[in-house]
Design a protein around this ligand. Structure first.
Ligand code: LIP
Length: 275
């Protein structure tokens, strides 16, 4: 029995990939809304520290997303926060955070998202972030732009020109390990007097979408995993932002995002503050 050859790298239709990501996200969002009990969500287990929590709903969401994606594209790879990765043969890999902002989800703070990106070895092709509580959805296709969709309409995103650094509203976040939090607290303490203020939203994907749609002037965080930022970074870049790390590409060491006109000065400030 012949088996169909996996599609080559060049056969990825971005519009079709985004439509598939939307179908998977819709299934996950509905599952999360249906299963979230009133009040606090029970924690099933912890990971890197007692405060790095996982719920049964995180895991169910990831299984549901993977099922939709791989049913349609069985040769793709899959990297999710909660379960083992799947190595594909198509040259395309899905990078998924089934609930980004898990602590917000557990406490009922309405800032938790389903984050889905598709990438090849040359970078992300599509990104989709959906705030489960509000239903607001941000999307991007590499080279074609970024959009914000809500119950009223869908608008094309362009990062607004930045204010002076001293007037910037900057998103940030903190790791789950005590030693890393001590270091981050010191760095944020140096940063805070030099900017307008910080916002700690609690979900990297939503922080990056906020840079894309003007809700933040910049974002800085350390200790992130690819599933935290893969989709949000593409959305911010396609809205005109610069998303970088300390040595080029964003990574676990550092993710920063801002308008291009502020990128160098913001990076220099972040480094001077000790991030
Ligand atoms: C979260 C990140 C957030 C960070 C949190 C946490 P999770 O991811 O999106 O930026 O500050 O500590 O890591 O764990 O909710 O998927």
């Amino acid at each position: 029995m012949s088996t169909a050859e996996p599609p080559s790298d060049s056969s990825h239709d971005a519009q079709a990939l985004l439509a598939l990501a939307r179908r998977a996200s819709d299934v996950a969002v509905e599952l999360i809304r249906q299963r979230r009990p009133p009040g606090r969500v029970p924690v099933q287990r912890t990971k890197s520290s007692p405060t790095d929590v996982v719920t049964a709903i995180d895991q169910a969401s990831e299984r549901a997303i993977r099922a939709v994606l791989l049913a349609e594209r069985p040769h793709d790879g899959f990297v999710g926060e909660e379960d083992d990765s799947v190595v594909g043969t198509s040259g395309l890999e899905w990078v998924v955070d089934p609930i980004d902002g898990t602590v917000n989800f557990v406490y009922g703070i309405p800032a938790y998202a389903v984050s889905i990106a598709a990438r090849t070895t040359t970078g992300s092709i599509v990104g989709l972030v959906t705030n489960v509580a509000s239903g607001v959805q941000w999307s991007a296709i590499a080279g074609q732009g970024a959009w914000r969709r809500d119950s009223v309409d869908e608008i094309r995103l362009t990062v607004p020109p930045p204010p002076e650094i001293s007037e910037m509203l900057v998103g940030t976040g903190f790791g789950y390990r005590r030693t890393r939090r001590e270091h981050q607290a010191i760095a944020v303490g140096h940063l805070l007097p030099q900017i307008r203020d910080i916002r700690r939203i609690g979900a990297a994907s939503l922080d990056l979408c906020a840079v894309a749609d003007g809700g933040l002037d910049a974002y800085v965080e350390q200790g992130l995993s690819p599933w935290d930022y893969a989709a949000g970074a593409l959305i911010a870049v396609e809205a005109g932002a610069v998303v970088q790390g300390l040595y080029g590409q964003p990574d676990e060491r550092l993710v920063i995002a801002s308008h291009p006109a502020a990128a160098r000065e913001f990076l220099e400030l972040v480094v001077a503050c000790g991030f």
